[in-house]
Design a protein around this ligand. Structure first.
Ligand code: NAD
Ligand code: WQD
Length: 335
C-alpha cells in the first residue's frame, strides 16, 4: 500500500516508517521538523535501503499540505504529527489545541477532498485519565487532566464523527502506553530538546553523565514498591502494531480502538534496576515529591489487539533498556 505518514521523522513515526518499508509498503512522509530532524531520513535509508519521499510541510498551512495530496495517491494515512509535552500543554493550551486539533482537521479535509479516507491515529493511554483499576480495557471510561490529553480525546471523537455520515471513512485509534527503546541499529530513537520530562530519556541523560541523578517522583503510591507503575512498550513493537492495524483497516467498519501495550506494569525502581543490570551502568537516584498530575498505576489489557490484529508485544524490558542505551551511546552522546 502507499501510505502517508504524518510526523514520520519523529520518534514513533520514524520507527513505524522503518517497519512499513520492511513490510513492503511505499511510504511518503510529511513533517514540519518542529521536533525532529531531516537527517532521520538518512538513517531510515541506512536501516532499510530506502530513502522515503519527504515533504517539509506544516499541518497548519494548507498550501504546504495540498501538493502532497495532488502529487500522490494514498491508500491510507498514519497520523503521528502533533505536539506531545504534557507540562507545556498546561502552560500553552491554545498552541496545543490549534496544532493538534486544527492541524488534524486540515489533514482530514484534504483526505476527504482527495478520496483517501482511511486513517490510523496516535492516541494515548492518557485518555483513560486516572483509571479505577488495571489492566485497562478499551471500554474503560475516558477523561483527561491536561490540554494535551484533551486534544487526544477530542480528536478521537472528531475522527469517529467522520465515519457517521460517510461509511467510506475507516478510523483506527491506537492508544499507546509508554513507548521506550529504539531501533536496534542505534540510529533512530527519542532525543527530546532540553531536560527530559519522561523517565527513560531522563535515565539516558544520567547514564551519559549529563545529569547527576534521577529524581524518583514519589515512593508512597499504592503500588508494590511505592513508585509509579507503567506499561513500557518497545517502540519497535509499537511500530509493528501500526503495520498490523494497516493490514486490517479494510475490515474496519467505522471506528476500531486498540490498546498497544505489553500488559505488564513496571515501577520506576524496576526500570532503574533493569537498566542498571542490562547495561552495567549505575543510575544514582533520590526520592522526590510526587509530580502533580501523575497517577499511581497504568497498564493495558492488550488482548483485543492480539485477537483482532494478531499483534502482541515481543520485546522484554531488558531489550528495551539495551536498545535505549545503544541509541544514547551511538547517537545521543554528541547531541
Ligand atoms: P515526536 O515529537 O517525536 O513526533 C511528532 C512529530 O510531529 C515531530 O517530528 C514534529 O516535528 C511533528 N509535528 C508536530 N506538529 C506538526 C505540524 N503542525 N505539522 C507537521 N508536523 C508536525 O513524538 P512521538 O513520541 O513520535 O509521538 C508521535 C505521536 O504519538 C504524537 O501524536 C503523540 O502525541 C503520540 N503519543 C506519543 C506517546 C509518547 O510517549 N511518545 C505516547 C502516546 C501517544
Ligand atoms: C513514567 C513514570 C513518573 C520522570 C507520559 C504522558 C502520557 C504519554 C506517555 C503521550 C511516572 C516517573 C518520570 C522522572 C520519575 N505521552 N518519573 N522521574 O507520565 O506515564 O506518561 O508519557 O501520550 O500522556 O503523561 O510517563 O515517562 O513521564 O513517567 O520518577 O524524572 O516515571 O512519575 O511514574 P507518563 P513518564
Amino acid at each position: 500500500m502507499k501510505i502517508l505518514v504524518s510526523g514520520g521523522t519523529g520518534y514513533i513515526g520514524s520507527h513505524t516508517v522503518v517497519e512499513l518499508i520492511r513490510a513492503g509498503h511505499e511510504v511518503v512522509i510529511f513533517d514540519n521538523l518542529y521536533n525532529s530532524k531531516e537527517i532521520t531520513l538518512d538513517y531510515i535509508k541506512n536501516i532499510t535501503g530506502v530513502y522515503p519521499k519527504f515533504y517539509k510541510a506544516d499541518m497548519l498551512i494548507p498550501e504546504e499540505m495540498e501538493p502532497i495530496f495532488k502529487e500522490n495517491s494514498f491508500d491510507a494515512v498514519i497520523h503521528f504529527a502533533g505536539l506531545k509535552a504534557v507540562g507545556e500543554s498546561v502552560k500553552l493550551p491554545l498552541k496545543y489545541y490549534e496544532n493538534n486539533i486544527t492541524g488534524t482537521i486540515n489533514l482530514c479535509k484534504l483526505m476527504d477532498k482527495y478520496g483517501c479516507k482511511k486513517i490510523i491515529f496516535s492516541s494515548s493511554a492518557t485518555v483513560y485519565g486516572s483509571p479505577e483499576s488495571c489492566p485497562i480495557t478499551e471500554d474503560f471510561p475516558l477523561s483527561t487532566t491536561n490540554p494535551y490529553g484533551t486534544t487526544k480525546l477530542f480528536l478521537e471523537r472528531i475522527l469517529s464523527d467522520l465515519t457517521v455520515p460517510d461509511p467510506e471513512w475507516k478510523v483506527i485509534l491506537l492508544r499507546y502506553f509508554n513507548p521506550i527503546g529504539a531501533d536496534e541499529s542505534g540510529l533512530i530513537g527519542e532525543s527530546p530538546n532540553g531536560i527530559p520530562n519522561n523517565l527513560m530519556p531522563y535515565i539516558m541523560q544520567v547514564a551519559l553523565g549529563k545529569l547527576p541523578e534521577l529524581g524518583v517522583f514519589g515512593d508512597d503510591y499504592d503500588t508494590p514498591d511505592g513508585t509509579g507503575v507503567r506499561d513500557y512498550i518497545h517502540v519497535t513493537d509499537l511500530a509493528l502494531g501500526h503495520v498490523a492495524a494497516l493490514g486490517r483497516i479494510d475490515k474496519t467498519e467505522g471506528v476500531d480502538i486498540y490498546n498497544l501495550g505489553t500488559g505488564i506494569g513496571y515501577s520506576v525502581l524496576d526500570i532503574v534496576k533493569a537498566f542498571e543490570k542490562a547495561n552495567n551502568i549505575e543510575i544514582p537516584y533520590s526520592i522526590k515529591p510526587r509530580r502533580p498530575g501523575d497517577i499511581a498505576m497504568c497498564y493495558a489489557n492488550p488482548a483485543k489487539a492480539k485477537e483482532e490484529l494478531g499483534w502482541e508485544a515481543k520485546f522484554d524490558l531488558e531489550r528495551m533498556c539495551k536498545d535505549s542505551w545503544r541509541f544514547a551511546e551511538t547517537t545521543l552522546k554528541n547531541a
